[in-house]
Ligand binder design. Structure first.
Ligand code: FAD
Length: 376
């Protein structure tokens, strides 16, 4: 049987793979996307998909997140308007201590926000006792629909990629039914990192649950405190998320988590009539330093064999695996980061435009290599 060759193959059809496929489509390319479970069946299908800015004291991660938020809200409004509800998001302090921090955060907020008093919040039916921030441009995506919409022009192969091997200038991918080759391969595989040696990136999974409830109440705005509660849409309110680091492989969704979310929701809104419609769960992935992972993949074996002294702190020229890339480590903000990260990665792949150091996985290599010496 003739082996099919593709210029670009993306492995993973979550929001990372979908945003990249969409971006490449706009630039005139038709990548093949391969996912063992179909579109948005990993973390992306579970996400509450709240698209909001980050608050804080102006850290680099906050600045990057807010840059990504600025792109994301316009992206979803433009390309998936029927699946993005720009309901505005209220950020509510958890307690007295948190409220004091909010005062320091104000100077680092994105420009378009305002402060809501506890009285204004009470008038909206929100049980909050502290001044809160309101971001009117923030909103909520219908996670699965957004991914499907972004991939509507993209061919999809629903199979697991078992192996990925470099052969001269191409990559050979093997699934249960076929072998195919590609010039560029992008790993958008979320928390799963076994197709290449990505150990230096420190990819970790965190298990999370979200629950959708039917309600007769009308909740006008999305809000976030220790959990997130969406504005009601078609009689449904989305409540997310619990996060559990000790769960390392996916387990069936547990209804008790959903009930716990309902109990927590009662701290903010009247949730008596919330009837569970469905709970979702999934494993989101983060990097060692919580920044996204966007760029080329280092040839770890070559580096360690050719420059054994790097484990003792020596520096050597980095060699990457030609044509292999990653777009991942999006943490709890995949829907915020994906559009900007897809833009940066496509510019790297097609024009060799470097990605910013903050997201380039190379940043994690040297420290990881030195730790190998300590471990041995
Ligand atoms: C409960 C919960 C709530 C969340 N809430 C929000 C939120 O409000 N806002 C927000 O922005 N983010 C949120 N997140 C985070 C967000 O979901 C993730 O950051 C995002 O979905 C990551 O997308 P991804 O495409 O990188 O990974 P995934 O969606 O996990 O996609 C990876 C895909 O790769 C496929 N795959 C892996 N290995 C292979 C292989 N060998 N062959 C073929 N296919 C393979 C998998 O099947 C999977 O579909 C939440 C996450 C959870 C779990």
């Amino acid at each position: 049987m003739k082996v099919q060759h593709h210029k670009i193959v993306i492995i993973g059809a979550g929001i990372a793979g979908a945003a990249l496929a969409h971006r490449l489509g706009l630039l005139g390319y038709t990548p093949l996307v391969i996912d063992k479970r179909g579109i948005a069946k990993g973390a992306s299908g579970a996400a509450g998909a709240f698209v909001s800015p980050k608050i804080g004291k102006g850290s680099t991660l906050q600045q990057l997140t807010n840059q990504a938020f600025d792109i994301a809200k316009d992206f979803y409004r433009r390309y998936t308007p029927e699946h993005f509800f720009q309901s505005g998001i209220i950020r509510i302090p958890k307690n007295n201590e948190d409220a004091q921090k909010f005062a320091a955060y104000a100077a680092h907020n994105i420009a378009n926000y305002r402060t809501l008093t506890p009285q204004a919040l009470h008038e909206m039916g929100i049980k909050a006792v502290f001044e809160s921030f309101f971001f009117p441009e923030a909103g909520v995506c219908e996670a699965s629909d957004v991914c499907h919409r972004l991939m509507q022009e993209t061919p999809l192969l629903s199979e697991e990629v078992y192996s990925l091997q470099q052969e001269a200038e191409t990559w050979k991918l093997t699934t249960a039914t076929r072998t195919l080759t590609a010039t560029h391969v992008v790993l958008c595989t979320g928390y799963e990192d076994r197709l290449a040696d990505l150990s230096y990136m420190g990819i970790r999974g965190t298990w999370g649950t979200r629950a959708d409830f039917a309600t007769k109440r009308s909740i006008p705005y999305t809000m976030h405190q220790s959990i997130s509660i969406s504005a009601t849409h078609n009689g449904i309110v989305k409540v997310g998320a619990t996060h559990e680091k000790q769960i390392t492989t996916p387990i069936p969704c547990d209804e008790t988590q959903a009930q716990r979310l309902k109990t927590k929701a009662a701290d903010l809104v009247d949730s008596d009539d919330f009837q569970l419609v469905r709970s979702y769960c999934g494993m989101r992935s983060g990097s060692r330093d919580f920044f996204p992972l966007v760029g080329k993949v280092i040839d770890v074996e070559y580096m360690l064999q050719t420059y054994p002294k790097i484990v003792r702190g020596a520096v050597a020229p980095l060699r990457h695996l030609k044509g292999l890339y990653i777009l991942g480590g999006l943490g709890g903000r995949g829907f915020v980061f994906a559009p900007l990260m897809a833009k940066w990665l496509s510019a790297l792949m097609l024009e060799e435009t470097p990605v910013p150091d903050t997201v380039n996985p190379d940043r994690l290599f040297w420290k990881w290599a030195r730790k190998l010496e300590i471990r041995n």
